[in-house]
Write a protein that binds this ligand. Structure first.
Ligand code: TMP
Length: 262
C-alpha cells in the first residue's frame, strides 16, 4: 500500500514526500487539462512519456550548467527532485508567434518574432493565471529584481539550448513555459533553480518538415493523436524504444532505454 505523504496535487502531477529531508517525488499523471481545468481527459501513457522527456531535457540542461531540481528518475512515472519554494510565476519564452500572443496582438500563428520574447504569468487558477509585468512581480513581492534577472538569464540560456536541441531532431521550438524555485544551500543562500517539467504539455513543438503539431495543442484544439505526437517527440529524442510485437499480440510494451517497464 502506498503510504507516502502527498504534499501537493496539480492538474498533471502529484508531489509526494521524498525519502530524505529536502527531497520530493514528482509523479506524472495521465491527466490532460486545458481551459484552466474545464476540459479534462485521461491519455493513457502520457505521464510516462512526459517523465522520460522531462528527465532527458533536465539532464541535458544540467550538463550545460543550468541548475535544476532534478535528481534522478525513479521509475516510469516518478522522479526524485529537490524540494524548492516555487516562485508563483509561469515564465513563457516565445520564438514564433502562436497561441495567446497571436490572439492578443493579432499576429498570424507561425509568423516570426523580432526576437525571443519573455512573458510572466502569475500562477493563480482562480484568476486564470493572468499575465503580469516586472512591476507587478516586484510590487507584490513574488520575486525580487535580482531573482527576475536570474530567471530571465536562465530562461534565455534554456531557450537557446533547447532551440538547438529540437532543431537537431527536426522540431521547431515555438514557445514553452518554465517554472523556477528557490533552493536553500547549507549556508542558507538561496539559488534559483529550474523546477516543474519541460515536456510537450508545456511546449509548442512543430515538426519542421510537415508543420504538424507535436504538443498539447493537439489536445487543446481537438486535433487527435495526442499520445502519438508525444511518442514521436520521445522517439526522436531517443528516450523511447518500443518492443516489437508479434502479430495479434496484446498491447505494446513501452519501455525507456534503460528497460524499465511502463
Ligand atoms: P499561450 O500561448 O497559451 O500563452 O502558451 C504559451 C506557452 O506556454 C505554450 O507552449 C504552452 C505553455 N503554457 C503552459 O505550459 N501552461 C499554461 O498554463 C499556459 C497558459 C501556457
Amino acid at each position: 500500500m502506498n503510504k507516502r505523504r502527498r504534499i501537493y496535487e496539480g492538474k498533471a502531477k502529484v508531489l509526494y514526500e521524498g525519502p530524505e529531508p529536502g527531497t520530493l517525488i514528482q509523479h506524472f499523471k495521465d491527466d490532460a487539462t486545458a481551459l484552466n481545468g474545464k476540459k479534462h481527459s485521461l491519455i493513457d501513457g502520457k505521464g510516462a512519456l512526459n517523465n522520460l522527456i522531462s528527465e532527458y531535457v533536465f539532464v541535458k540542461l544540467g550538463e550545460i550548467g543550468v541548475p535544476t531540481h532534478f535528481i534522478k528518475r525513479l521509475n516510469m512515472r516518478e522522479q526524485l527532485i529537490r524540494e524548492v519554494e516555487i516562485i508563483p510565476l509561469e515564465v513563457v519564452i516565445r520564438n514564433v508567434a502562436a497561441g495567446s500572443l497571436s490572439t492578443r496582438l493579432g499576429l498570424e500563428e507561425g509568423s516570426a518574432l523580432p526576437r525571443s520574447i519573455i512573458e510572466y504569468y502569475y500562477k493563480n487558477d482562480k484568476l486564470n493565471d493572468p499575465m503580469v509585468s516586472e512591476e507587478h512581480i516586484t510590487a507584490f513581492g513574488w520575486a525580487t529584481p535580482q531573482e527576475i534577472d536570474e530567471m530571465m538569464s536562465l530562461a534565455l540560456r534554456i531557450n537557446d539550448f533547447l532551440v538547438g536541441l529540437f532543431l537537431g531532431i527536426g522540431i521547431r521550438l515555438v514557445d514553452f513555459k518554465v517554472e523556477f524555485g528557490r533552493l536553500w544551500d547549507n549556508d542558507q543562500q538561496v539559488r534559483i533553480v529550474l523546477a516543474d517539467e519541460i515536456s510537450p504539455d508545456c511546449c509548442r513543438l512543430w515538426d519542421i518538415a510537415s508543420g504538424n503539431k507535436l504538443d498539447k495543442d493537439r489536445f487543446r484544439r481537438d486535433l487527435g493523436g495526442v499520445l502519438e505526437a508525444y511518442q514521436e517527440v520521445a522517439r526522436r529524442l531517443g528516450v523511447l524504444t518500443e518492443t516489437p510485437r508479434p502479430r495479434g499480440a496484446g498491447p505494446v510494451l513501452v519501455t525507456s532505454n534503460d528497460g524499465k517497464p511502463n
